[in-house]
Design a binder for this molecule. Structure first.
Ligand code: 5GP
Length: 194
């Protein structure tokens, strides 16, 4: 997605060889028009998959997911990382090792919102080693729902997550794929995935 790649090239800050900061449009301040276009792109890429729900992880997956949900006309559920006083229904729970925070989080959703009749699109902001996506897949599996695919805003293709998920047979669509962050430069993958 060219608009996203331009935004990353202009505003992304390379913190290390493996971490990209995009606080100015995705992870802290949010660019709503860009999110709208990201939502449209997810709709294009997952058209005709019979999606009934979108599942993401708080907090940075919420903005792109809501824009996709708005245009697909389906509800968006975000898994919570902390126990909430109001999230007291029967919970589906998994654990996720956070790539950026170096901590393990329990993630949960109420079993009310995803059921065996659902076909779920999983969306997240970044794909690194795939742990967040694996945790979300686990929640969908516990709900006995189907997985339509995984939509990622920014995939760091030099890390293992994309391969791991594709090898498991999940359709993964990433709107920008980064080949390298070495020497402070963002370079994108140019070829498409076969
Ligand atoms: P994974 O679980 O695939 O290893 O990492 C994905 C999760 O870690 C995403 O939900 C995202 O929040 C965070 N993450 C991974 N790499 C980066 C990065 O380079 N920059 C930012 N801002 N977040 C990242």
């Amino acid at each position: 997605m060219e608009l996203l790649k331009e935004k990353i090239a202009q505003n992304g800050i390379v913190l290390s060889n493996s971490v990209l900061k995009v606080d100015s449009f995705l992870n802290h301040q949010i660019d709503p028009l860009l999110m709208l276009e990201i939502g449209k792109e997810f709709v294009n890429r997952f058209a005709d998959k019979g999606i009934t729900k979108i599942l993401t992880l708080e907090s940075s997956g919420i903005a792109p997911s809501v824009m996709a949900g708005l245009q697909m006309n389906v509800p968006v559920i975000f898994a919570r990382k902390r126990k909430s006083m109001t999230l007291i229904d029967d919970l589906l729970t998994s654990t996720v090792r956070s790539f950026t925070k170096n901590e393990t989080n329990e993630i949960s959703i109420s079993n009310k919102y995803i059921t065996e009749n659902d076909c779920v699109l999983i969306i997240d902001d970044f794909l690194a080693n795939g742990q967040a996506a694996i945790g979300l897949i686990d929640l969908v599996n516990q709900a006995k729902a189907q997985i339509a695919g995984i939509g990622i805003v920014i995939e760091k293709a030099f890390q293992d997550g994309g391969q791991l998920l594709r090898d498991k047979g999940y359709p993964v669509e990433s709107l920008a794929r980064i080949a390298s962050l070495e020497e402070g430069n963002v370079s994108f993958v140019t070829e498409s995935i076969t």
